[in-house]
Design a protein around this ligand. Structure first.
Ligand SMILES: [Zn+2]
Length: 69
């Protein structure tokens, strides 16, 4: 989800800052810090899903919005 510049659900801006060139090797394009929240398991670093910090919409690893209400 880090490659999304805006939330697909509420269209709020997720990319808020360009990542400095010296850190690019630790990231993948488009090299922006993202405000999207990655939820991970307790046991590992594996991401379970992503949450928009503004509208609370959840997205799976493929970028599909999760509707469980
Ligand atoms: Zn949103």
């Amino acid at each position: 989800m880090e490659q999304y510049s805006h939330c697909p659900a509420c269209n709020s801006l997720w990319h808020y800052k360009e990542i400095p060139k010296e850190y690019h090797e630790n990231y993948s394009p488009p090299y922006y810090y993202s405000r999207v929240i990655a939820y991970q398991t307790w046991e590992s670093d594996r991401t379970l899903y992503y949450v928009c910090p503004d509208c609370g919409a959840r997205f799976d690893l493929m970028g599909q919005q999760i509707n469980d209400k």
